[in-house]
Design a protein around this ligand. Structure first.
Ligand SMILES: Cc1cc2nc3c(=O)[nH]c(=O)nc-3n(C[C@H](O)[C@H](O)[C@H](O)COP(=O)(O)OP(=O)(O)OC[C@H]3O[C@@H](n4cnc5c(N)ncnc54)[C@H](O)[C@@H]3O)c2cc1C
Length: 501
């Protein structure tokens, strides 16, 4: 796997041949910024890069389909230039210039997105936000951090713990690969979300810059009833409505205590029902992960018949004891496993993502599909989506786990792998089959990876007439359509969104 440089994006997979020029996979109306525009952008103080290698690298993310193209020295579409600002003022000036010139601006940060959301599909500029980084301030009384959007997760968490004895509690598997702005833009979830919430629960306000350079600050005092929540307008907008420059996030004391437990259920459905009862009694253990038998056996060697549930909580000892008591009561009929050792094993390997590149390198197509649904739909979705994905010719294996739970429902996270003749056709078919099965049973299109390019074609089914409202908001905030065009299922001034195969 390419090396991780702390505070910089990690490339997903090496290109097939470092000596060959990287080409575009999609043929689109690729906009190349003029030298005059690039000169004007450079005059703002933002760094402008036009080298072939820099452009190729910044024009891709961790979308697994695009990782298969890298082997053939291709990215989706190459940007015309990369622009790296270090201040909000520079970002505003760059946006004004690009808006006047009608040049697409695709925000990109950690580039760890898995849906092609930061691929500049009409060229233009990639706005690299990793230079606007660091903690601005910490309000210890109110337990709020104000942080620049380009700050990588590992650096933020380390600094909070070391200098402030606080934690954000946001632990996406990609914590080393992703940034605060990327979490907000994609509505991300961490592995401890059942206690600390998703990023949309953690954010209380943010600063964003609109396409015409206007700066907007949202949020402030808690739970204000001053009209709709404008913070949430930008959360999940995937760079299409504005560029997030900083955010205020809720903090927690570094946990004083921790407890672990593990159980095994005879069916996935019985495990889901235990999770439902735990959540509906108000217990919110940081980790409540239920694996189906395939994944349980793959990760913990629990055999082909058991569906293991890993539970861990952290924080105030009094609260943890109460939570774990409820967990034990609701899992009373299940087999008790060695929680200490299973959690130890999970914690040691939870962020290891090397298998993705290893499998893609030997011509597998591997991907994950995370969705959410009400408790009363989860059994059907688990069965129907697995059946639909398995039925796609070429699928070698499909499995799932439940990793984020709420009182009203939970997230199911499907993983599938195949070694098909025609990778793109398989990829299209499998996403169609799985997504349609989920949507038909009342599930959401995504729980935390977002929409990007990969899921754009399902937005009408997912949102119905809500997509028209989103399109009107987009037109109001970005009338020239320069911000991340072609994503989120929104129509683009620059042409039709590319398709595959
Ligand atoms: C191995 C692996 C594991 C992962 N695990 C998780 C997980 O556990 N939980 C989870 O939620 N996700 C996970 N992801 C997905 C990914 O890490 C998240 O979507 C993450 O939030 C993306 O952040 P980023 O900084 O890399 O954003 P990028 O990939 O650079 O961008 C993603 C989108 O956000 C937009 N964007 C980025 N920054 C800004 C900004 N400042 N303002 C406006 N728009 C912006 C971009 O335009 C793009 O649309 C995983 C990915 C990988 C590769």
């Amino acid at each position: 796997m390419p090396e991780t440089v702390i505070g910089a994006p990690t490339p997903p997979i090496p290109f097939g041949d470092n000596t060959t020029k990287i080409n575009d996979h999609f043929i689109t109306n690729r906009i190349i910024p003029t030298p005059e525009l690039l000169q004007a952008i450079a005059a703002t103080g933002a760094r402008v890069m036009t080298g072939d290698n820099e452009i190729a690298e910044a024009s891709r993310d961790w979308w697994p389909l695009a990782m298969t193209w890298a082997k053939n020295n291709e990215v989706g579409v190459r940007a015309g230039a990369i622009v790296s600002p270090t201040t909000s003022e520079q970002i505003a000036d760059v946006l004004v210039l690009c808006n006047q010139a009608r040049v697409p601006v695709t925000a990109a940060a950690g580039r760890s997105g898995v849906s092609g959301a930061s691929i500049p599909i009409y060229g233009g500029i990639v706005l690299d936000l990793t230079g606007i980084t660091g903690i601005i301030s910490v309000d210890r009384d109110s337990m709020i951090v104000d942080v620049f959007a380009g700050t990588f997760g590992n650096l933020l968490e380390e600094t909070l713990r070391r200098d402030y004895n606080c934690t954000l509690g946001h632990w996406p598997q990609s914590i080393d690969l992703s940034t605060v702005g990327g979490w907000l833009a994609c509505r991300g979830a961490g592995q401890f979300s059942t206690r600390y919430g998703k990023i949309e629960d953690m954010v209380i306000g943010l600063d964003a810059i609109l396409a015409d350079g206007r700066m907007v600050t949202t949020g402030g005092a808690p739970r204000a009833a001053s009209g709709p929540d404008l913070t949430q307008l930008f959360v999940g907008s995937e760079g299409t409505l504005g560029v997030i420059t900083s955010a205020r996030l809720r903090l927690h004391p570094v946990p004083a205590a921790e407890r672990r437990a593990a159980f095994a259920f005879p069916t996935f459905s019985a495990g889901l029902d235990a999770c439902r009862r735990i959540m509906q009694r108000g217990a919110t253990p940081a980790v409540l992960r239920l694996y189906d038998a395939i994944e349980g056996d793959r990760h913990f060697s629990t055999g082909p018949d058991l569906h293991p549930l890993l539970v861990m909580d952290e924080g105030d000892p009094l609260i943890i004891d109460a939570v774990m008591e409820i967990v034990e009561q609701e899992c009373a009929g299940a087999e008790v496993l060695d929680g200490e050792s299973l959690l130890e094993q999970w914690l040691a390997h939870r962020n290891d993502v090397s298998s993705l590149e290893a499998l893609i390198s030997i011509d597998y197509v591997v991907d994950t599909m995370e969705i959410s649904a009400r408790w009363n739909a989860l059994d059907a979705i688990y069965e129907n989506a697995r059946a639909a994905i398995s039925a796609v010719s070429g699928t070698a294996q499909v499995s799932a786990h439940q990793s984020h739970a709420y009182s009203d429902g939970a997230c199911l996270y499907f993983t599938f792998a195949a070694k098909p003749e025609d990778k793109e056709q398989y990829y299209r078919n499998v996403w169609d089959a799985g997504t349609n099965a989920v949507l038909a049973a009342g599930g959401s299109l995504s729980h935390h990876h977002g929409v990007g390019l990969n899921r754009a074609r399902f937005m009408r089914s997912a949102l119905g007439s809500g997509l028209d409202v989103l399109a009107e908001i987009k037109t109001a905030l970005d009338p020239n359509g320069i911000l991340n065009p072609g994503k989120l299922g929104l129509a683009s001034e620059f042409g039709a969104a590319p398709s595959w195969p």
